[in-house]
Design a protein around this ligand. Sequence first.
Ligand SMILES: [Zn+2]
Length: 154
Amino acid sequence: MDDLVSDFSRFYILTILYEGPDHGYGILRKFKNRVGKTISPGLVYPFLQKLEAKGLISVKIEATGEKERKLYTLTSEGKVLCERLFKRFAGLVSIAIEPSLEVCAHCGCKMYEGGHREVINGKEMVFCCVHCAGTYKEELGLISPGPKGIHKHA
Ligand SMILES: [Zn+2]
């Protein structure tokens, strides 16, 4: 579990840098604001050093008064890595939500939420919209097609 959380932390540090260059302090603050948990500088800084050593981020030293701050920027290799991670992560998320997706009985499109429900032949069917429900019933011969010929427009 600890490993998983720290992997998520590292992943999230990358997503923060993917949005734009930031300082170590900015990363710590954004992490806390968005994840709702503080992240240890003891995790962040060694990770940033590792990224720098691998050429995934570049570090610019900025002098601010008596202190100097490091600005971390993803390199193009770093961005490629992020995009690959995001894709893999998106794949995992879709596996997790896929079974709960409903599919329109007519057109087969996937619905993340909502949809139109109708009981047809005693069975509750789900459609993406009323139009799909109508066409489905027409195809089953349950209802006659709309009064064609009366209206000129389709
Ligand atoms: Zn549909």
